[in-house]
Design a protein around this ligand. Sequence first.
Ligand code: ATP
Ligand code: MG
Length: 351
Amino acid sequence: YGELGLKGKNKSLFIGKLANNIRVAMRDLPDCCVRSTWGRLWLEVEDTQKVRAMERLQQIFGIYSISPVAEAEKNLESIGLTALSVIKQALPNGGTFKIETRRADKTFPGTSPQISRDVAEMVFRQLDDRFDAEMEHPQATVNIEIREEGAFVYGETIHCAGGLPVGCSGKGLLLLSGGIDSPVAGWMAMKRGVALEAIHYHSFPFTGEKAKEKVFELCKVLAKWQNGPVRLHVVHFTEIQKAIYERCEAEYGITLKRRMMFRLAERVARERRCLALFTGESVGQVASQTLESMSVIEHVVNLPVLRPLVCMDKEEIMKIAQRIGTYDISILPYEDCCTVFVPKHPVINPN
Ligand code: ATP
Ligand code: MG
């Protein structure tokens, strides 16, 4: 767990949270167990559930990498046999490898390099000439860890989502439209450990049921990353939009509408004990996202307004959306904000 290792005195809190999040994510898998020992978390699952468990682990923030591990008995013979099968699995057509040993249990005889050499000697007796040792740039590295509770061998490291365990950074409220940006902003907030609720402004009948369903679907995708459902607050916004349209200067329509969105979001956030608002805004993307606009709009609230995408290009945002599975939902063609209400020339520098 990369970054969590740097947490100093709070480390055990973060790791406890992570272990708990893993337990929750695996709760329907039979005979599954999560343990935390020096520097690592261990997940035990039945063989039949292994693939499923590994998929889920890749959606849990706070995990940097996972390795499927084979357990050996604590003697060289058994470690050698296990290493052999790990090598064959990692390199089915042969190739170069290296063996690395960590002897955490100092009562085990020999030094770490010596164990590596002994195991290498044993496995080479069983391997043909398609296999070779290579210390600088091996195709596979076989890791042996000898610990008090057993000897473990692994040859594969799968990179995961990184970040911090969801929930350890408090709770935020995400302004979630049906567009591409805001779900990505939510995902990035979760990645930093923020648990999210979401708020969506709905302008029925100008925006239809389908537009709302799209937001439900986005919440479901986000929920997979948050270890539990994302509570969605749907706010009927039609009357406010109409009033702004009828009574205010057209160029200021969007500025005023967004100020109302922020005001309402702040109220809901306070009721739900959310500590910040999150949006999918990015500097300069549209008229309401110039620095002048953002400053005038956020002026109406006292909670911090956090914008995870603030300096990202649309292209980068779209790539993330595709990777996390929100893109295909976001591009469904139901309009989020009725075009009736969009002025031809919105102000870009309100004051
Ligand atoms: P997105 O792709 O997230 O819709 P956008 O580039 O279309 O963003 P805007 O429409 O200006 O930009 O919205 C900026 C941000 O305001 C959104 O990212 C979102 O956080 C919030 N927002 C916009 N419309 C709504 C809505 N109907 N309900 C809730 N939040 C909204
Ligand atoms: Mg939008």
